[in-house]
Design a protein around this ligand. Structure first.
Ligand code: HEC
Ligand code: HEC
Length: 295
């Protein structure tokens, strides 16, 4: 909170307390029973229902004073006055951290037991996989879909097609350290639009999608510019996450337009690292869960 807000909150809060106190003091100056017989406020309802002008009963006043004292105590104890942290040291963040620590202690034995098994053994443990699925829903489904089936730009994790490999180790490395697949724009290297068209048709031909035969033939030679990453035969390279272009499974759609876009503008995708965020035990369990989806 900046300095202005800090004082703004303090002045409004303390000001209301003082205001309430003064109002109570002022209205309690008249003693009960002081109202003269028959003195009324002048308010009239239903033609003849009038209101006597009596002061508040004592006990009622005291309730108000007690609330003020309680409020002042509360504001000293807890963080309420601008940046003043309160003498109790309580904070939302601290409460959250305490609860996290408790949960950590409670679940640590479970996750440690899981961590002692290999990814492949763990992937056959039904109870563990239920926990894995819940973790996946919490942390991964926003990008990979609730069923891990993927969406455009975010790979499916339940098929046999892997950008970086489907071994237990490769999956775990993907989750632990993240992945960053990147393809530069390639149109210039292909000599412009004509070349892009030809190579795109050749890429279509690799997965037997409808394409222009003459164009594809011309594109085959120019595909050499792509072979460094996608391989001579177009089957990709898992070391750098270059997708297989022959299997008709696409990270971004397999239309001619989408392929041309990849060549013209390049493509890149980022899988965030989870090792610090989730810790290695949870990543271990998630690796087993992902492994179980395709095995
Ligand atoms: C912010 C979005 C995002 C989140 C969250 C995310 N991922 Fe990913 N993930 C990606 C992207 C994008 C890729 C592909 C990276 C690329 O294009 O190079 C990927 C790739 C992967 C791969 C490699 C797939 C392959 O074909 O080799 C695995 C495994 C994976 N993610 C698992 C997970 C798990 C498990 C979680 C949850 C802990 C998770 N991801 C959370 C975006 C995300
Ligand atoms: C420097 C390495 C590199 C070169 C060179 C390269 N690519 Fe790529 N390509 C990649 C990577 C990595 C990806 C995945 C990008 C991602 O993860 O978002 C990719 C993605 C693609 C895709 C999208 C695939 C899908 O499943 O949706 C197509 C199509 C493609 N490349 C075609 C080509 C063509 C055609 C060439 C040659 C003109 C080429 N690439 C050159 C690395 C490369």
């Amino acid at each position: 909170m900046n300095n202005f807000l800090h004082w703004f909150v303090i002045i409004i809060a303390v000001g209301s307390f003082i205001g309430c106190g003064l109002l109570l003091w002022w209205s309690s100056k008249r003693q009960p029973g002081e109202a003269k017989n028959g003195e009324v406020t002048g308010h009239v309802w239903d033609e003849d229902l009038e209101e006597y002008n009596n002061p508040l009963p004592r006990w009622w006043l005291w309730l108000f004073y007690i609330t003020i004292v309680f409020g002042l105590g509360y504001m000293t104890f807890y963080p309420a006055l601008g940046n003043f942290a309160g003498i109790s040291g309580w904070s939302q963040v601290k409460q959250y951290e305490d609860e996290m620590e408790k949960a950590q202690k409670k679940y640590a034995p479970l996750f440690n037991a899981y961590a002692a098994k290999s990814v492949i053994d763990l992937s056959k443990d039904v109870a563990a996989m239920k926990t894995g699925q819940r973790l996946f829903s919490n942390y991964c489904s926003t990008c990979h879909g609730t069923d891990a089936g993927g969406v455009t730009g975010f790979p499916s994790l339940k098929d046999q097609d892997w950008l970086y490999g489907g071994s237990a180790e490769a999956i775990k490395a993907s989750i632990m350290n993240g992945r960053n697949g990147s393809m530069p724009p390639m149109a210039a290297a292909l000599g412009g639009e004509q070349g892009v068209n030809e190579v795109a048709n050749y890429v279509m031909s690799l997965s037997k999608a409808p394409h222009d035969k003459a164009m594809a033939k011309a594109g085959k030679i120019k595909f050499a510019a792509c072979a460094g990453c996608h391989g001579m035969d177009g089957t990709g390279n898992q070391a750098i996450g270059a997708p297989n272009l022959t299997d008709n499974i696409w990270l971004y759609r397999g239309s001619l337009g989408s392929i041309k876009k990849a060549i013209n503008q390049g493509r890149s995708g980022a899988m965030p690292a989870h090792k610090d965020f989730l810790g290695k035990e949870k990543v271990h369990l998630l690796s087993a869960y992902i492994y179980s989806l395709s095995n």
